[in-house]
Design a protein around this ligand. Structure first.
Ligand SMILES: Nc1ncnc2c1ncn2[C@@H]1O[C@H](COP(=O)(O)OP(=O)(O)OP(=O)(O)O)[C@@H](O)[C@H]1O
Ligand SMILES: [Mg+2]
Length: 454
């Protein structure tokens, strides 16, 4: 596995020779001469190990190390001390450095310390992995991932879960699983025992949003009879999930940016800066880069959020996931509706795999839910799938029901189709079917269908 290391050293010759030697060992090596710069790199890249000079211009080595540990406690650090400075070395070790090395040193000596450190790191990672049972763990969390693309996403999720302060931007089309992934990150992180607060930036009116997020003081506006804590305060120690971040108003964007940079904010009508410890996970199905061009999203905020980016590909770009997902939903809805549909007929599987899924996993889930309700035998058949998935197959045929169906079966399928077409509106469906609402209800109860929402 390719480890990434970061060398922080102001002496150019040493920096370059270390870089060369470590690259020759096959490591991915990043370099900088300044502590401040090192922090930016650690925020942006997934660094495994930092080799750090104690004496740096500007922010010194110990300070830098402390800040790095704050950003990501799993990063190993090796400090380089000069002039037989035992005292500093001891302090570094007390602060959590993995090891130290006295300057001047032989490159081989350094390589040995590094490989020892990486051994430890590898063991730790293995342990974490075992603990979570990898893919089985994901399945338990209700996440299905067969495709290489989705496995990559989950590996990234695993990594960011271990960096509890880094903010994360999740991008993907509607229904790709952004919310699911956001929850997984929180649940796997050190913050999991603390709250996860969700907020949908497009669902709350702009004028209420600020108070909702940051809280308000008594008297801040007409209705503010008492002081009120906002989401950020309620989530202290945990995570805030800002869904549909692309819809956050331009007036709030700088306030969020300030929060991301300083972890501080003011309540509406307040003058004091409050500080809380929360991780921000944002999600969007809009192209934020495009939004910055159209000036509806601030560029600085975009870049600040983009530091850790997770892109979930649309389902049509990872078709291997379709059938495993379909079966996991089949299982779920069998249990939920007390049905015993055992499988999906090959022809139906083919249709599922060939379809483009503009609504992604959510659309697949809804289709399987409906198919489980419709299926009366052991298998999901093509006619149980919505017409857009059956595509060409049903074109031009006014009725595509098999002649083997009983009248009752056809009635059932027809009722459910009409109901789907009216978006679940029962009054409208009853009118179209030419029956009363109560008759419709009776029939639905008879078929064992309930009202459900997603
Ligand atoms: N990999 C997956 N495994 C199992 N279920 C999934 C997976 N991805 C998505 N789902 C399910 O699909 C549905 C849609 O997912 P989710 O709500 O997370 O999508 P989203 O990207 O937030 O959509 P939107 O942009 O419309 O808000 C959910 O029921 C979720 O549980
Ligand atoms: Mg969502």
């Amino acid at each position: 596995m390719g480890f990434t290391m970061l060398i922080v050293e102001d002496e150019e010759t040493l920096r370059l020779s270390l870089r060369m030697a470590l690259r020759a060992e096959g490591y991915n090596v990043l370099c900088t001469e300044k502590g401040e710069e090192a922090l930016k790199i650690v925020e942006k890249e997934l660094v495994d190990l930092v080799i750090l000079d104690i004496r740096l211009p500007g922010m010194d080595g110990l300070q830098t190390m402390g800040k790095i540990k704050e950003l990501d406690p799993t990063i190993l650090t090796i400090v380089m001390t000069g002039y037989a400075d035992v005292e500093t070395a001891v302090r570094a070790m007390k602060m959590g450095a993995y090891d130290y090395i006295n300057k001047p040193f032989e490159l081989d000596e350094m390589k040995l310390v590094i490989s020892k450190a990486l051994e430890t790191q590898k063991l730790k990672m293995e342990l974490n992995r075992l603990r979570r049972g990898r893919m089985e763990g994901w399945a338990e969390a209700g996440i299905v991932a067969r495709s290489g693309k989705m496995k990559e996403v989950l590996e990234l999720v695993e990594k960011v879960s271990q960096t509890p302060r880094t903010s994360v931007l999740i991008e993907g089309e509607t229904g790709t699983g952004k919310e699911l992934i956001a929850h997984a990150i929180h649940n796997q992180s050190a913050r999991s025992s603390k709250p996860l607060m969700d907020i949908n930036c497009s669902a709350i009116p702009e004028n209420l949003m600020e108070a909702h997020i940051f809280g308000h003081e008594k008297g801040a506006f007409t209705d503010a009879k008492t002081q009120h804590k906002g989401l950020f305060e309620l989530a202290d120690g945990g995570t805030v999930f800002l869904d549909e971040i692309g819809d956050l108003s331009l007036s709030l964007q700088p306030k969020l940016l300030r929060f991301l940079e300083t972890q501080t904010f003011k309540r509406v009508g307040g003058t004091v800066d409050l500080k809380v410890d929360v991780r921000i996970i944002a999600a969007t199905n809009k192209d934020l880069a495009q939004c910055t061009k159209e000036k509806t999203f601030r560029e600085d905020l975009y870049y600040r959020l983009k530091v850790m980016e997770i892109h979930i590909p649309p389902l049509r770009q990872r078709r291997e996931d379709i059938i495993p997902l379909a079966y996991s939903f089949l299982d779920r809805f069998n249990r939920e509706f007390k049905k015993t549909v055992k499988g999906i007929a090959p022809k139906a599987e083919y249709l599922l795999e060939a379809y483009d899924w503009p609504g992604n996993v959510r659309e697949l889930k809804n289709s399987i839910e409906r198919a489980v309700l419709l299926a009366s035998g052991e298998e999901i058949l093509p006619q149980h799938l919505p017409w857009e998935i059956r595509g060409k197959e049903s074109e031009g045929t006014p009725s595509h029901y098999s002649l083997d169906y009983s009248l009752e079966e056809i009635e059932r399928i027809h009722i459910l189709n009409v109901l789907q077409d009216t978006g679940g509106n029962k009054s409208l469906a009853a009118r179209r079917l030419g029956i009363s609402r109560s008759t419709l209800r009776e029939k639905l109860i008879k078929y064992g269908q309930y009202e459900r929402k997603d």
